[in-house]
Design a protein around this ligand. Sequence first.
Ligand code: ADP
Ligand code: MG
Length: 287
Amino acid sequence: SVPLSFFGGIGGASKKGVLVKGSNYLEALAKAEIVVFDKTGTLTKGVFNVQEIHPSEITENELLEIAAYAESYSNHPISLSLQQAYGKEINNARISEVEEISGHGVTASIDGKKVAAGNAKLMKKMNISYFEGEIIGTAVHVAIDGKYAGYILISDEIKPDSLQAIKTLKKNHIRKTVMLTGDNKAVAEKIANSLEIDKVYSELLPVDKVDRLEELFSEKSENGKLVFVGDGMNDAPVLARADIGIAMGGLGSDAAIEAADVVLMTDEPSKLVTAIKISKKTLRIAQ
Ligand code: ADP
Ligand code: MG
């Protein structure tokens, strides 16, 4: 049977913005040993800004326009940043055959031209030769009718409390912190280093994230728990696979909130610290 203190613990947690979907998860949180974070929207704000536009044989405005059009049906944070930088109304009559390819980008027909906008993986998949020089940041490469049209450099910011949250986790007996991301290696490593994350895996597709999580299970002790924290975009399978799947409720999708065991009502990584502290306190009272 469930000790009464667990109900108190769940109630107390909810007052602090942490929704726990059962006493078993509250108990498990106290045994968290490895914490795995998604990057975009979890440790970073998930709000990209356009930094530079590098067109190839078209103008900057034309490149931004075609990218914004191709992305206009997506609600990925990258898409939203391009809409915002473009800033003009989208004429839907110009767009057809929109397809979003998770972990890659989008394809669409704009004024009858086949447009692809996304990362290097997307360009490779479509056999388009793209700029492979050094890019410091996240690039959205664009191709029009199979021909490279340049790239748009975007960047996201680390959340103000991410570093403190990770430091506090380590003081609270979290043995290992890990970051998973579909973003490129350079960006991923820069962020992981500045956040003192122990291990980083980049350029992952949503299915690869599940595989990396599987591997991490072999690193934990018998009683230790593996926690995954994500904002939700494509993360439902990883949330479901972890011992404790934690979704950030603010930006999180309905699918993520459904798949999660714990929902943080605000998007602050420090709420995870709060959740672990409450669970430890509750466990002490229960024993
Ligand atoms: P993350 O792991 O950072 O949450 P995603 O799995 O959503 O990222 O996407 C991984 C990568 O795929 C992005 O960094 C980006 O390069 C590319 N990508 C995904 N969706 C889009 C999109 N709508 N437009 C452009 N690029 C995209
Ligand atoms: Mg994501």
